[in-house]
Structures are given as structure tokens and as C-alpha cells.
Design a protein around this ligand. Structure first.
Ligand code: ADP
Ligand code: MG
Length: 159
């Protein structure tokens, strides 16, 4: 488990950029935490780090999924408004996981049964001030354990 604190929106985005350096096709990142916790901002940092046009990165709360062209395709999901797991089948959720792109899934914790065995679980919570966030990374499986160890070396202090 890896715990970060960020004190500005930019720092959260930069941490996403650091994670992007370590992502490879097929990787899956799940993001959970209240509305406004910083999940989408973090995804923006990841997508920008992979070379996507950040202006394209918006919360897919209404569209459920956005795709960004980048060095590795980015599949950005937001399951907040999804009513049930059956609707995941309709959007072809499973076909996007473990394939040619990186999947970033906001509100993945709503449908735990739909998740694969291995992924990076990232939890966002409010910190003490209005712009402090606590970002906890919990690797599920060896691939993500290795990834979080690498991230710790690269983004130990300051990002
Ligand atoms: P979510 O996707 O979790 O609902 P967003 O990333 O869309 O959250 O929004 C986060 C909001 O919180 C933004 O308005 C951002 O400016 C603000 N914010 C303040 N401090 C931080 C921080 N340290 N990290 C991320 N966002 C922050
Ligand atoms: Mg969001």
C-alpha cells in the first residue's frame, strides 16, 4: 500500500503523470472516492502523461466511457450513473480490459464483481484543508505490486 498526500489540484495531476510512466497496454486502474475527490483530475494527468490531448479529457459521467488516442489508447470509464452490472455488458466493458489500451475506471467499487483479479486500486479521500487529498494505492496482484514499488521510487517526495 502506498499513501500520498497532495495539496493542490496540480499535484494530483502530476502524480497521475508519474503513474503514466509505468503503464503498459492491458493495465487496469480503478479509482474510488466521493464526488470532487480528484479522480478525474488524476485521470487527466495519466492521459496527458501518455500523450493524449488533455482538452479531450472530461468526466464521462454522462457518456459512461471516453476513449483518448495516446501512445497507449486510454479507456476512461465513469460508472457513477450506471444502474446495474448488466449495463456493463451493453457498453462492452470487459472487452476493454486487459487489451491494447489502459483502462481507468472511476467508481469501479460500485461493481466489484465486474472487476478482474488484478488491478491497481486507488482511493481518494479529503485531507485536512479544502485542497488536501489523501491518495491511497492498493495493488491487487503481482503486476500492480511491482508497479507501486516502482512508483514509490519515482515519486517518493514531490511529484
Ligand atoms: P472526481 O472525479 O473525484 O469527482 P474531480 O477530479 O472532477 O473529482 O474534481 C476535483 C475537484 O477538487 C476539482 O475542482 C479540483 O480543482 C479540486 N481540488 C482541490 N484540491 C485538489 C487536490 N489536491 N487534488 C485534486 N483535486 C483538487
Ligand atoms: Mg470524476
Amino acid at each position: 500500500m502506498l499513501v500520498y498526500k497532495t495539496f493542490t489540484p496540480d499535484e494530483t495531476e502530476a502524480l497521475g503523470g508519474k503513474l503514466a510512466e509505468l503503464l503498459a497496454p492491458g493495465d487496469i486502474v480503478c479509482l474510488s472516492g466521493d464526488l470532487g475527490a480528484g479522480k478525474t483530475l488524476f485521470v487527466q494527468g495519466v492521459a496527458a502523461g501518455l500523450g493524449a490531448d488533455v482538452n479531450d479529457v472530461t468526466s464521462p459521467t454522462f457518456t459512461i466511457m471516453n476513449v483518448y488516442a495516446a501512445r497507449i489508447p486510454v479507456y476512461h470509464f465513469d460508472l457513477y450513473r450506471l444502474e446495474n452490472a448488466a449495463a456493463l455488458v451493453d457498453i462492452g466493458f470487459e472487452e476493454y480490459l486487459g487489451g491494447d489500451g489502459v483502462a481507468l475506471i472511476e467508481w469501479a467499487d460500485k461493481f466489484p464483481a465486474a472487476l478482474p483479479a488484478q488491478y491497481l486500486d486507488i482511493r481518494f479521500t479529503a485531507g485536512e484543508g479544502p485542497t488536501e487529498r489523501i491518495i491511497t494505492m492498493i495493488p491487487q496482484g503481482p503486476r500492480y505490486l511491482q508497479m507501486s514499488e516502482e512508483l514509490k521510487e519515482r515519486a517518493d517526495t514531490g511529484f
